[in-house]
Write a protein that binds this ligand. Structure first.
Ligand code: FAD
Length: 421
């Protein structure tokens, strides 16, 4: 079968790999000249297999008013009446129910476990180098309430190697000496030794390189998809402005733009862009000492040590702005990350910190959509939100299983389109 993969971010590239491995002829189309150039370019680097809490939750609902008003808040909504945001927002509120959160966490943990196994397999068999490291993840809590809720959900799965340890403030500071916080500023922490970090952009570049050596893979980079070409109820091609790309099947992996393409195809895909920021601190000067990846839970910020040729860099990432498709960098939001680097790690982030922003393709319940669309030729693998790097390989494996009609590696019902739309 000839299958066209729309989008060459981490989701499109992994999907293309699994489809080509299954023997399909694959054509990869992306508007950028390079792969992994949008949300996958400079994300937080965390492979967060055990910590998959969705954005929508009873706690988020309670905090929403203060989150949206406070200066320097990790979340912001552009004032105005974006109809796309209203229909997405209603679904988001429904997804804040405890039962919905439980379903999401169970589904995400299963997909994350599959992803971990598949990433290990790809890394080994293809010899991919992207700084994969089991650094362990320390999640810090500043408020007692949040800490108590989190510790009641701690995973004690020693057999699976995912056991989590509940730590006092003093234990947090002893575990991660790079932290410059005082004990009194913390309620406690949860440490998961098995969590990993890796550079998503380097993974995309390495996988794209392997894909370029496969004879059944064709590339159309620098090629924006302008509209679907339909005949009757069937998708037969995509228009790129400079011609049509025809295929038997299409896989939608356009990240935050996936919903626009779906709407041009005549169906609603509840994916909204949630803008996040990162800065990258070059450590020769200050870092290198951060041993684990660290999450500041209330501020929704992550700090990850990333391996670089010149030494370890620290990627600081976070913020969730609902600004529509605006991709501009707001210096005030970058300052939130600079200040946090100073406060948490004592790093003066005043030089060139490589500020970056990307649009997370976010579903209301934070679960990706990995399923056939209402058009029989179009499969959707998109909407991975805050965890696209973590979930990429498992999602691609599941997508390839479903496209080929093989028994799926995990239950797929939790990722269907109906539950979200
Ligand atoms: C600040 C930040 C921090 C993050 N941290 C983490 C983390 O620590 N761990 C984690 O697991 N995840 C993290 N994420 C989430 C993760 O980066 C995303 O979920 C993931 O990159 C989404 O991948 P994607 O391939 O779906 O989208 P993208 O990488 O955005 O790829 C979509 C592709 O589609 C192409 N495209 C779109 N429209 C068209 C068109 N019309 N024609 C042709 N091509 C088109 C784009 O050019 C792009 O290449 C973070 C995200 C952000 C923003």
């Amino acid at each position: 079968m000839k299958i066209c993969v729309l989008g060459a971010g981490v989701i499109g590239l992994t999907t293309a790999w699994y489809l080509s491995e299954a023997g399909h002829d694959v054509v990869i189309v992306d508007r950028h000249a390079a792969t992994g150039a949008d949300a996958s370019a400079a994300n937080g680097g965390q492979l967060s297999y055990a910590f998959v809490t969705p954005l929508a939750s009873p706690a988020t609902l309670l905090k929403l008013p203060s989150l949206l008003i406070a200066r320097g808040s990790p979340m912001r909504i552009r004032p105005g009446l974006d109809p796309r945001l209203i229909s997405w927002g209603v679904r988001f509120l429904l997804a804040c129910r405890s039962a919905a959160v439980r379903d999401t966490v169970a589904a995400q943990l299963e997909l994350a476990a599959l992803s971990r196994a598949e990433l290990a397999r790809l890394t080994q068999t293809l010899g991919l180098a992207f700084g994969l490291r089991t650094a362990g993840k320390l999640v810090l809590f500043r408020s007692q309430g949040e800490f108590d809720t989190a510790r009641s959900a701690v995973i004690d799965d020693t057999a699976a190697g995912d056991a989590q340890q509940v730590l006092t403030p003093a234990e947090c500071l002893a575990l991660e000496p790079a932290l410059k916080l005082g004990e009194r500023e913390l309620a406690g922490g949860i440490f998961t030794a098995s969590e990993q970090v890796g550079d998503c952009a380097a993974f995309c570049a390495a996988l794209a390189d392997r894909l370029k050596h496969r004879i059944n893979v064709e590339w159309q980079l620098g090629t924006p998809v302008t509209r679907p070409v339909r005949s009757g109820g069937h998708l037969v091609a995509v228009d790129t402005g400079s011609g049509h790309v025809r295929a038997d099947r299409f896989v939608l992996c356009m990240g935050a733009s996936s919903s626009d393409f779906a709407s041009a195809c005549g169906f609603y895909l509840p994916i909204y862009p949630v803008k996040g920021y990162s800065i990258t601190l070059q450590p020769a000067r200050q870092a290198g000492t951060l041993r684990h990846s660290v999450t500041d839970f209330e501020r929704k910020l992550v700090f990850a040590p990333l391996a670089r040729e010149a030494g370890t860099a620290i990627r600081v990432a976070g913020i969730a702005d609902l600004d529509g498709n605006d991709r501009s960098i707001d210096p005030a939001r970058v300052d939130v990350l600079r200040r946090a680097s100073g406060e948490l790690l004592g790093i003066e982030a005043d030089g060139d910190v490589q500020p970056w922003c990307g649009l997370r393709p976010m579903t209301p319940d934070s679960r990706p959509i990995i399923a056939w669309s209402p058009l029989p030729e179009l499969f959707v693998n998109s909407g991975h939100g805050m965890l696209g790097w973590t979930l990429a390989c498992g999602s691609a494996r599941l997508a390839a299983d479903l496209i080929d009609g093989r028994p799926a590696a995990i239950a797929a019902g939790a990722f269907n389109l109906r539950r979200a739309a």
